[in-house]
Design a binder for this molecule. Sequence first.
Ligand code: AMP
Ligand code: FES
Ligand code: ZN
Ligand code: ZN
Length: 320
Amino acid sequence: MKCRMCGEKAAINMRQHKLALCREHYLEWLPQQVQKAIEHYRMFERDERVLVAVSGGKDSLSLWDILWRLGYSTEGLYIGLGIQGEADYSLTSRDLSQKFADERALKLNVVDVRELYGATIPEAATISNRGHGKPCSVCGLVKRHVMNRVARDGGFGVLVTGHNLDDEAAVLMQNTLHWAGGYLVRQAPVLLSTHPGLARKAKPFCRIYERETAAYALLRGIEYIYDECPFAVGSTTLYNKDILNTMEGERPGTKLQFYLSFLQAKEQGLFAPQPPASELNTCLTCGQPTSAPGTCTFCRLWEKVRAASPAARSAAGSPM
Ligand code: AMP
Ligand code: FES
Ligand code: ZN
Ligand code: ZN
């Protein structure tokens, strides 16, 4: 297989795009695709400061690398969740994120959940008894809160995550199987701020296959954590990804078509518009937006954890 641009040996063949490229041209091509998505979905402008949420995985580190090379003004955010697993998942991913930032003289903001709030994610999940023994829902809640807080407090124009096409297609599949209208209407490449305390969020990799981000990290020589979060094993998302990969294997382009057709259908009015901003309330404790009046779910979680755990009561930070 030869590179379409120069005829040299191809490093990657993307059947979904009918395109094979050598290392050099692939490392040029992917950032161009990302730039196109940023402009197409109006994710952010050249002069906006961008906060990149990095997990230490291939997607978010590749994304940070690309935005940096494209000349955007970026800082990273790593959230220490206190998840151990076999390879000490959280510590390894933190070290790799820090190494990545140091090599490029970029700033990585680190928020350690245990240091700040007094309990790790698995501990908080057990104490609060949310999620039926799995910490994933508590983890999602805390990550969303911390990301939004750092983006808002740091005056960033936008918060970006490394969600790729495979992530988006798997979530879309789940939401479609349940005809979860509320989620479907909110699933988008960019979510505008609908409350003064809410940061704009964007997913510049939403049209990029997971295989393509992995190839980028590999060809660029980015060191990343290979392991998935140990709690992801057996998750519905991984199950959906497997099914979509089977379909993709037989009909290249299926995932992209599924996702893009969804976005197009939404643009054509398939779903009702989002509720107006006035329907969001402000949490009395932390000031972040919340759907119900009073205290937000995040603050109520830590109230419960603090009530049950002396260690959490004496933690340095408050839920804000
Ligand atoms: P996941 O939900 O693990 O698939 O991750 C999706 C995206 O969320 C990643 O690409 C990152 O941008 C962000 N993310 C996940 N975990 C963390 C973390 N511990 N700290 C900061 N950002 C994260
Ligand atoms: Fe949060 Fe796995 S439970 S990353
Ligand atoms: Zn080439
Ligand atoms: Zn709150």
